[in-house]
Write a protein that binds this ligand. Structure first.
Ligand SMILES: [Zn+2]
Length: 62
């Protein structure tokens, strides 16, 4: 199973070589916290983190 990494640009968590959300390849294996965003439009956490698309995100990326 591929290791999950978090995008340094938008904090999306991916197991691919590039971010599914913004397309960046600037990925980090060092991240903490995880939020699953289903309806970002209705979430204050999503707003605080700048999340616009549903998916899995890290709270903090090193
Ligand atoms: Zn990204």
């Amino acid at each position: 199973m591929p290791r999950e990494r978090a995008c340094r640009v938008c904090k999306a968590i991916t197991s691919e070589d590039k971010c599914w959300n913004c397309g960046s390849t600037d990925l980090s294996t060092s991240f903490s916290g995880m939020v699953v965003m289903l309806v970002p439009e209705e979430s204050e956490i999503a707003r605080a983190l700048g999340i616009t698309k549903p998916g899995k995100y890290a709270v903090r990326v090193e």
